[in-house]
Design a protein around this ligand. Structure first.
Ligand SMILES: *Cc1c(COP(=O)(O)O)cnc(C)c1O
Length: 449
């Protein structure tokens, strides 16, 4: 069967996420028939290497035999039950595993059903914690410039990507925005250390002035992903932890994109090392099979809510699919892969292959800021490398690379003119080399005249 009939049906009824639907008048929509490992296959037998792990969720490839099998087994027993007043083994076991794997001191697990909901949970829980502790004046949050924490109204309020945020400004609450530690934002002549010092000093200023009304600081540890794959040194995490302690505010680590081995450690916070007050996980948690997220907190936060019912201290938050047994089962099977293979060591080898393959692109006249943290590598398309000048956004050069990729067996979905690879961990060295060749050829095609 060809692709066209499905595309036609789709475009009559579907409205796709993060898409100007008009683009599909000219850009092909790709119906996928099946997927195995890093490869997606369409109805005409064309294949696409999933270089972005299907929006960063699919960490062990598609159709993983162990996750498939675990889900088949769970299906015969329990597909769903509410998690209030009832419980089930997959949720218990997953919570046990997560608190064991997470940075020390995080002892309680509250489930959500996607990343944005985990962010909403953390914001509400942090504010409610301070309220229960007798600090009702603490109602504000600090976020970093260029941060991204999801699309729901609360999560968007603590994000800083204008493209997603600006239109909805009237709906959002305001958050303090501290400077990003991203090295590429440094002044000419300044070093990455200078940028981190600057970022911490900016944070210090906000906390010094407003600490008594601030609940917490939310960050994406080591890589600000959707805001342009902006990377920074772990020393920032240590500095931030000190500031949060000094001014008595929560440190909320949103590891929804960077958790589960993506940055070279199981959790990015381990590279501080720091112990966050909130650890948020999602995306790769289920190996890309089903939506699930979790918010992990230390015992003192849990205890602040634990009281007689009349106290009104309970955290009355829920999502219909909270702790869904199938999603928890997929997550357990995913964690089992970490338990049975040294994923971190294998990723170190793959990361080196990525680095080596990308190195020649540093010399490309339209490529700047080639950078990498573990299994994330990114670069910027630029009009004028010497002056660091970007292309006009409306030329949509990154989109040309995307289209080139589709014609050459690769799913590369740039963030504007930021091109990146964030592949499933089951990618082979030869596939990495082929992928980077495609990326390089796509850059040539997208930057000629
Ligand atoms: C994707 C993402 C989210 C939102 O997760 P969804 O599952 O898309 O709602 C939140 N924070 C970060 C850092 C993300 O990358």
């Amino acid at each position: 069967m060809p692709n066209a009939p499905l595309v036609e049906r789709d475009l009559k009824v579907l409205w796709h996420p993060c898409t100007q639907m008009h683009d599909h008048e000219t850009i092909p929509l790709v119906p996928i028939r099946r997927a195995r490992g890093v490869w997606l296959e369409d109805f005409e037998g064309r294949r696409y290497l999933d270089a972005i792990s299907s929006w960063w969720v699919n960490i062990f490839g598609h159709g993983h035999p162990a996750i498939d099998e675990a889900l088949r087994r769970q299906l015969g027993n329990l597909e769903h039950v509410l998690l209030a007043g009832f419980t089930h083994e997959p949720a218990i076991q997953l919570a046990e595993s997560l608190v064991t794997l997470a940075p020390l001191g995080l002892t309680r697990c509250f489930f959500g059903d996607n990343g944005s909901s985990a962010v909403e949970i953390a914001l509400k829980m942090s504010l409610h914690y301070w309220r229960n502790e007798g600090c009702p004046r603490k109602t504000a949050f600090v976020t970093l410039a260029h941060s991204y924490h999801g699309e729901t109204v609360g999560a968007l309020s603590v994000s800083d990507v204008a493209l997603y945020k600006e239109t909805y400004a009237p709906l959002l609450f305001s958050a303090h925005i501290a400077p990003s530690p991203d090295c590429s934002l440094r002044e000419p002549e300044a070093s990455c250390e200078d940028q981190i010092r600057q970022a911490l000093s900016g944070m210090n200023e906000i906390l010094e002035q407003h600490g008594d009304t601030i609940c917490g600081v939310i960050i994406e540890p080591l890589v600000q992903c959707a805001g342009g794959m902006r990377m920074y040194d772990p020393s920032y995490l240590r500095g931030l932890r000190e500031l949060c302690d000094r001014y008595g505010v929560h440190l909320i680590a949103d590891e929804i994109a960077v958790g589960f081995g993506r940055t070279g450690t199981l959790f990015a916070c381990e590279q501080g090392p720091i112990q966050p007050d909130f650890l948020l996980v999602g995306k790769g948690l289920t190996g890309g099979y089903l939506p699930l997220s979790a918010c992990l907190v230390p015992e003192n936060i849990y205890q602040a809510f634990f009281a007689e019912y009349e106290s009104g201290k309970a955290f009355l938050h829920s999502h219909s699919y909270t702790g869904n047994p199938l999603a928890c089962t997929a997550a357990l099977a995913t964690l089992d892969i970490f338990a049975k293979t040294d994923v971190i060591a294998k990723n170190r080898v793959l990361s080196a292959v990525i680095a080596e393959a990308l190195a020649p692109l540093r010399e490309h006249p339209h490529v700047a800021s080639v950078r990498q943290t573990g299994m994330i590598a990114a670069l910027n398309l630029v009009a004028d490398k010497g002056r660091g000048q970007a292309y006009p956004a409306l030329e949509r050069r990154g989109l040309r690379v995307y289209r080139y990729g589709l014609d050459h067996e690769a799913l590369l979905r740039p963030l504007g003119d930021v091109l990146y690879v964030m592949p499933p961990y089951v990618i082979e060295p030869d596939e990495i080399k082929q992928l980077v060749r495609t990326l390089a050829a796509g850059i040539d095609a997208a930057t000629e005249a």
